[in-house]
Write a protein that binds this ligand. Sequence first.
Ligand SMILES: Cc1cc2nc3c(=O)[nH]c(=O)nc-3n(C[C@H](O)[C@H](O)[C@H](O)COP(=O)(O)OP(=O)(O)OC[C@H]3O[C@@H](n4cnc5c(N)ncnc54)[C@H](O)[C@@H]3O)c2cc1C
Ligand code: FES
Length: 253
Amino acid sequence: MKDRDCRVESCSFECPGICRIGFSCPALVEEAGPGQFVMVEVSDGPLPAARRPFTLSSVSKSKGIFEIVFEVKGPGTSSLASSAPGRSCRVMGPLGRGYETSADRWLLVGGGLGAAGFPFLAASVRSARVLLGASCSDALVRTGGEAEYATEDGSAGRRGLVTDLLDGLDLASFDAIAVCGPTPMMKAVVEAVPDDLRPRVQVSLESRMGCGWGACGGCAIPASAGGYLKCCVDGPVVTAQAVDWSRMGGGLV
Ligand SMILES: Cc1cc2nc3c(=O)[nH]c(=O)nc-3n(C[C@H](O)[C@H](O)[C@H](O)COP(=O)(O)OP(=O)(O)OC[C@H]3O[C@@H](n4cnc5c(N)ncnc54)[C@H](O)[C@@H]3O)c2cc1C
Ligand code: FES
């Protein structure tokens, strides 16, 4: 893994609680693929000391800039969201396994900030139909291009859950299905996909992470083959069939 100095180019709030930061780092951008993540130094002071993981949301290879989009949750994200343009910070990455992008026709299904990486993925594949769900319009991560929305309060698109947008969709017409969001949402989407199409589903997993590069063992995901996957090096993107969903909590059968 590579650790580099990156310069904050921009830092702004998309809406209350959701921050977008653009970093300049041509070498990192050159190596990056959709679905990969970075471990970002969140503070110039001693605390919080641990870096935090963020999905690469979009990249501009011509400008050498990558963006992350994140929800301010605790001390790490609060500190990072106060970054001023010009700040220099250490960023490790790109890390992990991203999406396998050789398929042509993609369906992207995302919930909340889980869709943070979809702009990069949508820009990297031949065609993508995008379904996004969130609690309200402000919490939707816009991917650019055409997308269909479901919001729980009905403030954008259909009122309901993103899984409602799957109703009547011919899933067999897609060569690949990318799913990212809260675990119950990912389980519901995987459950909605017929058995014979499940090999086409790639899920982007999240777990608490310590190191981000395989050393600490803190990011275990239950594997269908038994034992555990390390989210940071075996993922975060894996096929839906690689995960033992019954041990992820909830009720996929
Ligand atoms: C590979 C990967 C990519 C990620 N990409 C994004 C992204 O693009 N945008 C984004 O908003 N967030 C993303 N996250 C989650 C993000 O890293 C955490 O929200 C952040 O580390 C919280 O740090 P904090 O110090 O602000 O909050 P903390 O004080 O560490 O935690 C605040 C709250 O958030 C919960 N939390 C912390 N980390 C996670 C996690 N990994 N998964 C679920 N809940 C968590 C804690 O349980 C706690 O309730 C990603 C996580 C991983 C593992
Ligand atoms: S975060 Fe340390 S092993 Fe995955």
